[in-house]
Design a protein around this ligand. Structure first.
Ligand code: NAD
Ligand code: TDX
Length: 352
């Protein structure tokens, strides 16, 4: 699958999407990368400044729920491949408003599948890649790992919507031979993540000496992966993954939330010349997330053995780079914090 050269990336103005768009535009000057994004609260064109004037990049402002718009761009541009990341991505929001997740994540994905099915009369060298999450597998106990054979057991409205999308994608492979591939990845961290997510939220709060809301007892475990490593895995799977297959992607890097937040506090104390232990005093154990999955952890041996992918950087290095990025990009953060997000965050926090 190496000769596809007109690739539609959806959700390219979001956190992972913008890393992927930049990687693909730079790495493949002979490809044309089309970025379709609705610019919801989570979309941010500032993340794409480095590529916005490149000849092999086009931004398409549109909604994957708008079938007419999809028809228009599929007719006009004749894409060879789709890498689908556009989604409502935040679990807490899915608990408050599940419908938005069903609409974008399920119906939006279905619309894209239908557009591919209609326009790809010759399926040779075509590919629909669905970027999914480890959360579709449910919640682990103290031991064990999610493999590609783990049964789906989604527990939040977010993960239910992502699981449903994955099922539709596989159904289009089996029913219509649509050449698909899926990956399920663990928690990403790095620059340009929307500050509703744990790490950038905590960095911002520590910096401003605002309380640090740790859900429940902070014992839930997540497996963290450097976002560029995820983008590189997507590139590899898009080009070399086997049609119809699923690949798990993970960092082999499990942390309890409380240990992660304490590590962040320690790094930030040093960087901000604060007394050792000062930021930790901001930690508050707040009401738990409803249905909070206990532990996620990925067995990434398939992608390692079959495609040769492994995380490229150690967590300490990636974590420090992440902190530095947010500390050096205050304007990026302030623009988001002072916008519509402020009202959402204040409301969330008051409810806890
Ligand atoms: P994000 O919330 O940062 O970005 C989502 C992007 O999708 C935004 O730019 C937004 O404007 C766009 N979008 C939303 N609804 C849209 C619509 N209807 N039409 C067009 N565009 C729309 O999300 P992210 O963290 O970058 O996640 C990207 C994808 O990767 C998602 O599918 C998510 O489920 C998956 N994923 C994320 C993680 C993670 O840790 N963040 C881990 C595994 C998988
Ligand atoms: O304020 C907080 N306090 C807290 O304790 C927030 C925002 C989160 N948490 C906890 C909940 C989780 O156990 O931290 C952990 C990480 O939370 P999030 O950053 O909201 O991520 P998570 O719910 O694990 O989901 C993420 O990883 C998988 C992404 O948002 C998903 O899109 C992805 O699929």
């Amino acid at each position: 699958m190496s000769d596809s050269n007109k690739i539609l990336i959806t959700g390219g103005a979001g956190f992972i999407g913008s890393h992927l768009v930049r990687l693909m535009v730079d790495k493949y000057p002979n490809y044309h990368i089309y970025n379709l994004d609705a610019l919801t609260y989570a979309g941010n064109l500032e993340n794409l400044k480095a590529v916005e004037n490149k000849d092999n990049y086009t931004f398409l402002h549109g909604d994957i729920c708008d079938k007419n718009y999809l028809e228009e761009i599929f007719s006009k541009y004749q894409f060879d491949g789709v890498i689908h990341l556009a989604a409502e991505s935040h679990v807490d929001r899915s608990i408050e408003d599940p419908d938005a997740f069903a609409i974008t994540n399920v119906i939006g994905t279905l619309n894209l599948l239908n557009a591919c099915k209609k326009h790809w009369l010759d399926l040779k060298d075509k590919r629909f890649y669905n970027v999914s999450t480890d959360e579709v597998y449910g919640s682990l106990g103290d031991t064990g790992l999610f493999s590609e054979d783990t049964s789906y057991d989604p527990r939040s409205p977010y993960s239910a919507s992502k699981a449903s999308a994955d099922h539709f994608v596989r159904a289009y492979f089996h029913t219509y031979n649509l050449p698909i591939v899926i990956s399920n990845c663990s928690n990403n961290y790095g620059p340009e993540q929307f500050p509703e997510k744990l790490i950038p939220l905590m960095i911002n709060n520590i910096k401003k000496k605002i309380e640090l809301p740790v859900y429940g007892e902070g014992t839930n475990v997540r497996d963290w992966l450097w976002v560029t490593d995820h983008a590189q895995a997507i590139d590899l799977i898009y080009h070399q993954g086997k049609t119809g297959e699923t690949y798990n992607i993970g960092g082999n890097n499990e942390w309890t939330n409380i240990d992660l937040v304490k590590k962040l506090c320690a790094i930030m104390d040093q960087k901000l010349n604060r007394e050792e232990g000062e930021s930790e005093k901001l930690i508050r154990f707040v009401k738990d997330r409803a249905g909070h999955d206990k532990r996620y952890a990925i067995d990434a041996s398939k992608i390692k053995n079959e495609l040769g992918w492994e995380p490229s950087i150690a967590f300490d290095e990636g974590f420090e780079k992440t902190v530095d990025w947010y500390l050096h990009n205050e304007k990026w953060m302030e623009k988001i914090i002072s916008g519509a997000y402020k009202a959402y965050y204040t409301k969330q926090y008051k409810n806890r």
